[in-house]
Design a protein around this ligand. Structure first.
Ligand SMILES: CC(C)(COP(=O)(O)OP(=O)(O)OC[C@H]1O[C@@H](n2cnc3c(N)ncnc32)[C@H](O)[C@@H]1OP(=O)(O)O)[C@@H](O)C(=O)NCCC(=O)NCCS
Length: 253
């Protein structure tokens, strides 16, 4: 007889969040919009064409293969040259492996034919002991760029961070060659994080990083008081999240 192991109860709020169904994740972390940000929406209208799009949250393990491939092609379309010109290189297998990471969720923007036209992906995780929402990717088809859809999707990332204490930041990595991406993040309130790598001397040679780690600190409003949340040091998650070292060494996107 096969003895069934009992699943260990989640011990941290992040682990608990990562185990939730998409429906519960939306209800608990996306529905109550953070101050000044839009709560979760299921539909979005293109401001120039008036075309209707749907917005869905899907856990990586529930993504259809064609959806993963559509997201992959979008990364390739917008960012392949940045990868190719970096030390990371364009390595489809490792990118696809990362895209299927346990605990990663996708916010998919689809057109009337259900084709993926844009997405962002995120994971509540610990980064060098700090609880953060890590934004893994954000990519829009060219005809959806400059429509404030990017700002809306980044707003969802901030809303999850706001609704999931003890998270204090949204964090991401961006190639320094992606100057448009950097300007977009700066406009959204992101700054260089202390975890971002510095120029180092390695075997007598200066090594300049080709990416930057950026973050945005999330404040919580209580009544009319603004509470700046401390970046509490927490142990890495037992499971349900990428270990900090893996996350630091993750693909830049
Ligand atoms: C980066 C990206 C997600 C931004 O989304 P977007 O819908 O084009 O941007 P938005 O229209 O939401 O812009 C939000 C704000 O940022 C500003 N902004 C956007 N790009 C900018 C740029 N290159 N320079 C200055 N400001 C910029 C907008 O003017 C807007 O300002 P506002 O708040 O005053 O209106 C999108 O352009 C994209 O998919 N780019 C290719 C993929 C990519 O580079 N992803 C990032 C990988 S790290």
């Amino acid at each position: 007889m096969k003895v069934r192991k009992r699943r260990r109860a989640p011990t941290s709020p992040l682990e608990k969040a990562n185990r939730k169904s998409d429906q519960d994740f939306i209800a608990d972390y996306l529905q109550p919009g953070a101050p000044g940000l839009l709560p979760w929406i299921r539909e979005w209208k293109h401001p120039r064409t008036q075309e209707d799009y749907t917005v869905d949250l899907v856990k990586s393990n529930l993504m259809q293969e064609d959806e993963i491939q559509a997201c992959f092609r979008l990364i390739e379309e917008t960012s392949r040259s940045d990868y190719e010109n970096s030390t990371t290189r364009w390595t489809p297998d490792s990118k696809l492996k990362e895209m299927r990471s346990e605990g990663l969720r996708y916010i998919l923007v689809r057109d009337g034919d259900r084709s993926v036209r844009g997405f962002t992906s995120l994971m509540p995780t610990y980064e060098e002991g700090q609880p953060v929402v890590y934004c893994y990717e954000i990519h829009l088809k060219p005809d959806l760029q400059g429509t404030r859809l990017g700002a809306l999707l980044m707003g969802f990332q901030a809303t999850v961070a706001y609704n999931l204490p003890p998270i204090s930041k949204v964090m991401l990595t961006c190639f320094l060659s992606n100057t448009r991406g950097l300007e977009f993040y700066k406009k959204a309130g992101f700054v260089r994080d202390d975890l971002s790598p510095e120029v180092r001397k390695l075997r007598g040679k200066m090594c300049t990083p080709d990416y930057v780690i950026m973050s945005k600190t999330i404040s919580r409003i209580r009544g009319d008081e603004t509470e700046r949340m401390p970046a509490a040091a927490c142990p890495p998650m037992a499971n349900g999240g990428v270990s900090k070292k893996v996350a630091i060494g993750r693909e830049v996107g």
